[in-house]
Design a protein. Structure first.
Length: 196
């Protein structure tokens, strides 16, 4: 551990991106904070609620007869997820959590949903921005190599509530079995990126 550094404190919203599974991650050396990630990474629109990230694991104790206390622990399962509520109500954003393919014809958006057994998988990422001692924004990014998404709650339509209708979205990371079972990547850029 090093001495405390105030510029390591992050007070930021986060933006969300997704891409086809296997899409290269944005280059931390050239993609600056707040810039589009490029490639096939697509920014997901405005969010109504904070973006949350959570990692959980389950562990088993190793206990032997010779001593009273456990002598070790091993991880037996793990999960990572991100959640938010999308502020824009469109067929494209509904499809992120429900599956299906949105279609637009003569100004009408449609999304047919149902009877789909296999869940679509995509790569997902989020980006927050912290500022260094020179006032330069530095990205903090979390990437899910492969994940499923679902609509995680109800759509509420009301003239009397303070909130407007949003799409609750839950993204669950899956093990990247093609690459040793990795689950996610945490990336904190600590130096100014070179201009692309």
């Amino acid at each position: 551990m090093s001495n405390p550094v105030v510029f390591n404190i992050l007070k930021s919203n986060a933006v969300i991106y997704n891409a086809p599974v296997g899409e290269p991650l944005p280059d931390p050396e050239s993609v600056q904070a707040g810039e589009a990630w490029g490639g096939n990474w697509t920014r997901v629109g405005f969010t109504q609620e904070p973006v949350t990230f959570q990692y959980e694991d389950e562990r088993t104790d190793i206990v032997v007869e010779e001593v009273l206390a456990k002598i070790d622990q091993v991880r037996t399962s793990e999960s990572a997820q991100l959640e938010t509520t999308l502020a824009e109500l469109t067929a494209e954003y509904m499809a992120l959590g429900l599956g299906g393919t949105p279609a637009t014809d003569e100004g009408v958006e449609e999304l047919e949903v149902g009877n789909q057994v296999l869940l679509p998988k995509r790569a997902w990422g989020l980006e927050g921005i912290r500022y260094d001692e020179d006032g330069v924004g530095q990205p903090l990014r979390i990437f899910f190599y492969t994940a499923t998404a679902q609509m995680n709650g109800e759509l509420q339509f009301s003239k009397h509530e303070d909130q407007y209708t949003g799409i609750p979205l839950h993204v669950e990371a899956l093990a990247d079995v093609e690459n040793g079972g990795r689950l996610f990547l945490f990336q904190r850029v600590a130096a100014e990126a070179e201009s692309a």
